[in-house]
Design a protein around this ligand. Structure first.
Ligand SMILES: [Zn+2]
Ligand SMILES: [Zn+2]
Length: 202
Protein backbone atom coordinates (compact mmCIF):
# COMPACT_ATOMS: atom_id res chain seq x y z
CA UNK A 1 0.00 0.00 0.00
CA UNK A 2 1.22 3.47 -0.84
CA UNK A 3 0.81 6.79 0.87
CA UNK A 4 -1.98 8.90 -0.53
CA UNK A 5 0.34 11.46 -2.11
CA UNK A 6 -2.41 12.94 -4.25
CA UNK A 7 -4.49 13.94 -1.22
CA UNK A 8 -1.54 15.42 0.66
CA UNK A 9 -0.37 17.41 -2.37
CA UNK A 10 -3.86 18.70 -3.06
CA UNK A 11 -4.45 19.77 0.51
CA UNK A 12 -1.05 21.45 0.62
CA UNK A 13 -1.56 23.55 -2.49
CA UNK A 14 -5.07 24.52 -1.33
CA UNK A 15 -3.73 25.71 2.00
CA UNK A 16 -0.81 27.62 0.42
CA UNK A 17 -3.32 29.41 -1.77
CA UNK A 18 -5.86 29.97 0.98
CA UNK A 19 -3.33 31.53 3.35
CA UNK A 20 -1.75 33.53 0.52
CA UNK A 21 1.77 32.25 1.11
CA UNK A 22 4.24 33.98 -1.25
CA UNK A 23 6.59 32.09 -3.63
CA UNK A 24 5.95 28.73 -5.26
CA UNK A 25 5.60 25.83 -2.90
CA UNK A 26 5.52 22.13 -3.63
CA UNK A 27 5.20 18.99 -1.53
CA UNK A 28 6.78 15.60 -2.29
CA UNK A 29 6.52 12.26 -0.56
CA UNK A 30 9.84 10.60 0.26
CA UNK A 31 9.42 7.37 2.18
CA UNK A 32 13.16 7.22 2.96
CA UNK A 33 13.42 10.75 4.28
CA UNK A 34 15.75 11.25 7.25
CA UNK A 35 16.86 14.32 9.20
CA UNK A 36 19.22 16.45 7.13
CA UNK A 37 21.66 19.25 7.82
CA UNK A 38 19.93 21.61 5.43
CA UNK A 39 16.34 22.64 5.73
CA UNK A 40 13.91 23.09 8.53
CA UNK A 41 13.02 19.87 10.32
CA UNK A 42 9.44 19.70 11.48
CA UNK A 43 7.56 16.76 12.98
CA UNK A 44 3.96 16.16 13.90
CA UNK A 45 1.88 13.30 15.22
CA UNK A 46 -1.51 12.43 13.89
CA UNK A 47 -4.14 9.74 14.07
CA UNK A 48 -4.11 6.84 11.62
CA UNK A 49 -5.49 3.35 11.18
CA UNK A 50 -3.54 0.28 10.16
CA UNK A 51 -4.54 -3.07 8.78
CA UNK A 52 -2.17 -6.02 8.56
CA UNK A 53 -2.21 -7.66 5.14
CA UNK A 54 -1.24 -11.04 6.59
CA UNK A 55 -3.62 -11.57 9.53
CA UNK A 56 -6.15 -8.79 8.83
CA UNK A 57 -5.71 -7.39 12.33
CA UNK A 58 -6.47 -3.69 12.42
CA UNK A 59 -5.53 -1.04 14.95
CA UNK A 60 -5.54 2.71 15.45
CA UNK A 61 -2.78 4.97 16.67
CA UNK A 62 -2.66 8.61 17.66
CA UNK A 63 1.13 8.40 17.50
CA UNK A 64 1.54 8.31 13.74
CA UNK A 65 4.69 10.33 13.15
CA UNK A 66 5.04 12.63 10.17
CA UNK A 67 8.42 14.18 9.28
CA UNK A 68 8.83 17.26 7.11
CA UNK A 69 12.00 18.82 5.73
CA UNK A 70 11.25 22.33 4.52
CA UNK A 71 13.50 24.36 2.20
CA UNK A 72 13.06 27.74 0.56
CA UNK A 73 15.27 28.97 -2.27
CA UNK A 74 14.76 32.71 -1.94
CA UNK A 75 16.53 33.54 -5.21
CA UNK A 76 14.35 31.20 -7.24
CA UNK A 77 11.35 31.95 -5.04
CA UNK A 78 10.66 28.28 -4.76
CA UNK A 79 9.92 26.27 -1.67
CA UNK A 80 9.88 22.51 -1.23
CA UNK A 81 8.51 20.31 1.47
CA UNK A 82 9.50 16.67 1.69
CA UNK A 83 7.20 14.49 3.75
CA UNK A 84 7.51 11.04 5.23
CA UNK A 85 4.84 9.24 7.18
CA UNK A 86 6.13 6.51 9.47
CA UNK A 87 4.91 2.94 9.37
CA UNK A 88 3.95 0.57 12.16
CA UNK A 89 4.17 -3.20 12.30
CA UNK A 90 1.60 -5.79 13.32
CA UNK A 91 2.10 -7.09 16.86
CA UNK A 92 0.87 -10.53 15.89
CA UNK A 93 2.96 -11.11 12.77
CA UNK A 94 6.59 -10.69 13.75
CA UNK A 95 8.16 -10.73 10.32
CA UNK A 96 5.46 -9.07 8.28
CA UNK A 97 6.07 -5.90 6.35
CA UNK A 98 5.34 -2.67 8.19
CA UNK A 99 2.22 -0.80 7.20
CA UNK A 100 1.53 2.73 6.01
CA UNK A 101 -1.42 4.15 7.95
CA UNK A 102 -4.61 5.46 6.46
CA UNK A 103 -5.11 9.06 7.53
CA UNK A 104 -8.55 10.60 7.04
CA UNK A 105 -8.89 13.73 4.90
CA UNK A 106 -9.75 15.95 7.86
CA UNK A 107 -6.64 14.82 9.73
CA UNK A 108 -4.54 15.45 6.61
CA UNK A 109 -6.10 18.89 6.54
CA UNK A 110 -5.15 19.55 10.19
CA UNK A 111 -1.55 18.39 9.72
CA UNK A 112 -1.18 20.46 6.54
CA UNK A 113 -2.74 23.50 8.20
CA UNK A 114 -0.17 23.27 11.03
CA UNK A 115 2.57 22.83 8.43
CA UNK A 116 1.63 25.88 6.37
CA UNK A 117 1.36 28.04 9.49
CA UNK A 118 4.83 26.83 10.45
CA UNK A 119 6.11 27.90 6.99
CA UNK A 120 4.53 31.32 7.43
CA UNK A 121 6.08 31.84 10.83
CA UNK A 122 9.55 30.57 9.96
CA UNK A 123 10.02 31.93 6.44
CA UNK A 124 7.79 35.00 6.30
CA UNK A 125 7.78 36.17 9.91
CA UNK A 126 4.01 35.92 10.26
CA UNK A 127 3.02 36.21 13.91
CA UNK A 128 -0.58 35.29 14.47
CA UNK A 129 -2.47 33.65 17.27
CA UNK A 130 -2.59 30.30 15.52
CA UNK A 131 -3.36 27.32 17.73
CA UNK A 132 -1.77 24.01 16.73
CA UNK A 133 -4.55 21.67 15.62
CA UNK A 134 -4.66 18.28 17.30
CA UNK A 135 -5.76 15.21 15.33
CA UNK A 136 -9.31 13.99 15.40
CA UNK A 137 -9.52 10.55 17.01
CA UNK A 138 -11.71 7.94 15.36
CA UNK A 139 -12.34 4.74 17.25
CA UNK A 140 -10.47 3.10 20.14
CA UNK A 141 -6.71 3.46 20.50
CA UNK A 142 -4.16 0.77 21.24
CA UNK A 143 -3.14 0.58 24.88
CA UNK A 144 0.59 1.29 25.01
CA UNK A 145 2.69 2.61 22.17
CA UNK A 146 4.74 -0.32 20.85
CA UNK A 147 8.19 1.15 20.31
CA UNK A 148 9.64 -1.94 18.65
CA UNK A 149 6.89 -1.87 16.06
CA UNK A 150 7.12 1.86 15.37
CA UNK A 151 9.38 2.92 12.52
CA UNK A 152 9.62 6.50 13.86
CA UNK A 153 10.77 5.26 17.29
CA UNK A 154 13.56 3.29 15.65
CA UNK A 155 14.59 6.41 13.74
CA UNK A 156 14.61 8.48 16.93
CA UNK A 157 11.83 10.66 15.57
CA UNK A 158 8.82 9.56 17.54
CA UNK A 159 7.59 11.98 20.19
CA UNK A 160 6.73 9.01 22.41
CA UNK A 161 10.33 7.91 22.39
CA UNK A 162 11.54 11.42 23.14
CA UNK A 163 9.13 11.61 26.07
CA UNK A 164 10.42 8.38 27.55
CA UNK A 165 14.01 9.58 27.09
CA UNK A 166 13.10 12.69 29.08
CA UNK A 167 11.64 10.67 31.92
CA UNK A 168 14.79 8.56 31.99
CA UNK A 169 16.83 11.73 32.32
CA UNK A 170 14.61 12.80 35.21
CA UNK A 171 15.25 9.49 36.87
CA UNK A 172 19.00 10.05 36.56
CA UNK A 173 18.63 13.49 38.05
CA UNK A 174 16.96 11.95 41.08
CA UNK A 175 19.98 9.71 41.68
CA UNK A 176 21.80 12.11 44.09
CA UNK A 177 18.79 11.85 46.43
CA UNK A 178 19.03 8.07 46.30
CA UNK A 179 22.72 8.17 47.13
CA UNK A 180 22.04 10.54 50.05
CA UNK A 181 19.44 8.09 51.33
CA UNK A 182 21.99 5.29 50.97
CA UNK A 183 24.65 7.16 52.93
CA UNK A 184 22.15 7.91 55.69
CA UNK A 185 21.34 4.21 55.72
CA UNK A 186 24.99 3.23 56.02
CA UNK A 187 25.43 5.80 58.80
CA UNK A 188 22.50 4.27 60.68
CA UNK A 189 23.91 0.77 60.17
CA UNK A 190 27.30 2.02 61.33
CA UNK A 191 25.86 3.53 64.51
CA UNK A 192 23.85 0.36 65.09
CA UNK A 193 26.92 -1.85 64.77
CA UNK A 194 28.91 0.39 67.12
CA UNK A 195 26.02 0.16 69.60
CA UNK A 196 25.97 -3.62 69.20
CA UNK A 197 29.70 -3.79 69.82
CA UNK A 198 29.24 -1.63 72.92
CA UNK A 199 26.54 -3.86 74.32
CA UNK A 200 28.45 -7.01 73.39
CA UNK A 201 31.42 -5.76 75.38
CA UNK A 202 29.29 -5.11 78.47
ZN1 LIG B 1 -0.71 -9.34 11.32
ZN1 LIG C 1 6.94 5.58 18.12
Amino acid sequence: MKMNEFMWKGEFSNMIEELEVPDNWDLHVDMNLVKQKTGLIYTQQTFGSFRCARCARSWNSSKVSVLFIINLNKRLRSGTVKIRIFKQGCERCTHSEEIIPTVTSDNIERVVCNLVHKIQRKFYGVTDEYQHQKPKIYGPLEGLHNKERCEACRNGLCEQQMLSCKSEQNREQRDPATSTALSVMSLVTGVASIALMYFANK
